[in-house]
Write a protein that binds this ligand. Sequence first.
Ligand SMILES: Nc1ncnc2c1ncn2[C@@H]1O[C@H](COP(=O)(O)OP(=O)(O)OP(=O)(O)O)[C@@H](O)[C@H]1O
Ligand SMILES: [Mg+2]
Length: 349
Amino acid sequence: MDDNQATAGGAAAGAVPGAATRPGSAVGGPADDVVIALEGVTKRYPDGTVAVHALDLVVHRGEICVLVGPSGCGKTTTLRMINRLVEPTAGRLEVEGVDVTRSDVTALRRRIGYVIQAAGLFPHWTVRRNVATTCRLLGWERARTEARIDEVLGLVGLDPAEFGDRYPHQLSGGQQQRVGVARALAADPPVLLMDEPFGAVDPVARDRLQAEFHALQRRLGTTVVMVTHDLDEAVRLGDRIAVLRQGGHLEQYDTPARILAEPATPFVADFVGSDRLITLMAVTGIDAGTLPAAGPADAGLPEVGAGATLREAVVAMLGSADARVRVRGPSGPVVLGLADVHRLLAQPS
Ligand SMILES: Nc1ncnc2c1ncn2[C@@H]1O[C@H](COP(=O)(O)OP(=O)(O)OP(=O)(O)O)[C@@H](O)[C@H]1O
Ligand SMILES: [Mg+2]
């Protein structure tokens, strides 16, 4: 571990930037809302390996940018250049308008939470002390820090009374990762870098953690760059997804819906897979306003709620002989047919 200090990020005490200014997603937001900007950033390691090649990437305030791509395509290197654990060979990298190569590295890292690929907890410190790292660095009062530890442990689903006084080796891999997430969140950093944060968590816990993390991120307005191997996770959490290929080449940077509906290159199409429409259906809602009202003859159709995804509707549809389903729309029941599914998929929001 080259720099454990940097694994626990943090913000200026109590800062919650963007919380009030950014409801929902800022995809394509105004230029002055850019929090992270990479321009032509290249990393060539001393042995000649080009991990990242002339990468351009912009992340707006409050957005979640997800990096995906095959193993070794430069995802971790990209994250580590943002908080200067790795120095770029060429290009320009700004965080909140400041060139990171000119910022004070300690100050930079206190504003940037970092969840590393393998949790990276201090082995000789308890869970509570690990989580408190940045709060202590920022000089928070003890009572405030203790209250915050309880709060963030609860957020990641670990009972502080049960787990707070354990050491990392007394936790499962998934629990260690959750402590890593709690530690990075503890001081409300305006920027959060996460390297496969939920990778070691079982699917049920991961589902819950993703949902809670997403709600929290939206509430705080944190700007996030996250790496994952799980395309479903990328589609679920990402405001934009960057698909990288070997050598750190950016193939496409776009909303999940567009990546899935209109892969820019054969590599992206191959990466998102032949079942990409199923993935897309899982994140596409049903616009009841565009559907015909249900008549008395439709009473026997399978039914889904207004908040159902297209995927849930299609699964329900399989129970009807003519592939139609009733949707309980806000202004009464409507009917969704297979042609509507095609239409809704072709107009990703
Ligand atoms: N210190 C280093 N020296 C030389 N090459 C390195 C170094 N660190 C990483 N690399 C190489 O740079 C490339 C990108 O590595 P990186 O860790 O960024 O990949 P990754 O996309 O995060 O992969 P994974 O999905 O397996 O975590 C790889 O080919 C890797 O072998
Ligand atoms: Mg990696």
